[in-house]
Design a protein around this ligand. Structure first.
Ligand SMILES: *[C@@H]1O[C@H](CO)[C@@H](O)[C@H](O)[C@H]1NC(C)=O
Length: 148
């Protein structure tokens, strides 16, 4: 009886009692992206630009310590628009069919939430995706699908 109470309490505290076990790989990638802050998306004046900027931790070999590195990646290498939904896809070139692109970091959950209005079957619709699903950090640089 006592044990059951403890288990129930733990489940309630973690807030994920009914959810499946988190994907370890995804959790790792998110925590890697968590080493970054100052996220912004530069869409410039060009129709096809969506460049993600961030400050991440990179290892400085000379200094022998971790330091903040300014880094970025062209999100066209990482995202596709599929019928008005953003999907992680190598060289998906999403920006041709999307606008009003912005990024927001939810520091509590570690979700790096990219939002855009994308062409769907009928109208443009607002859609969001957690970049931590496929954007990760390698030595302070942002990488998706093996590209930076
Ligand atoms: C992502 O941003 C959209 C638009 O602001 C919001 O509706 C959605 O709840 C956010 N998702 C997460 C996981 O923060």
């Amino acid at each position: 009886m006592k044990l059951l109470t403890i288990i129930t309490l733990q489940a309630a505290l973690s807030g994920v009692s009914a959810a499946p076990a988190p994907n370890d790989c995804l959790v790792k990638q998110r925590s890697k992206l968590k080493s970054c802050n100052g996220f912004s998306v530069d869409t410039g004046t060009s129709n096809n630009l969506a460049f993600l900027h961030a400050e991440c931790l990179g290892y400085d070999d000379k200094g022998g310590k971790w330091t903040k590195v300014e880094t970025g990646i062209d999100l066209n290498k990482c995202l596709a628009n599929v019928d008005g939904h953003l999907n992680g896809r190598k060289n998906g070139n999403f920006k041709v069919h999307c606008d009003n692109v912005y990024v927001a970091l939810d520091s509590a959950s570690g979700v790096v939430n990219l939002t855009a209005n994308c062409v769907g079957p009928l109208l443009k619709r607002q859609t969001s995706i957690d970049l931590g699903q496929f954007v990760t950090v390698d030595n302070g640089g942002l990488v998706c699908f093996g590209q930076n």
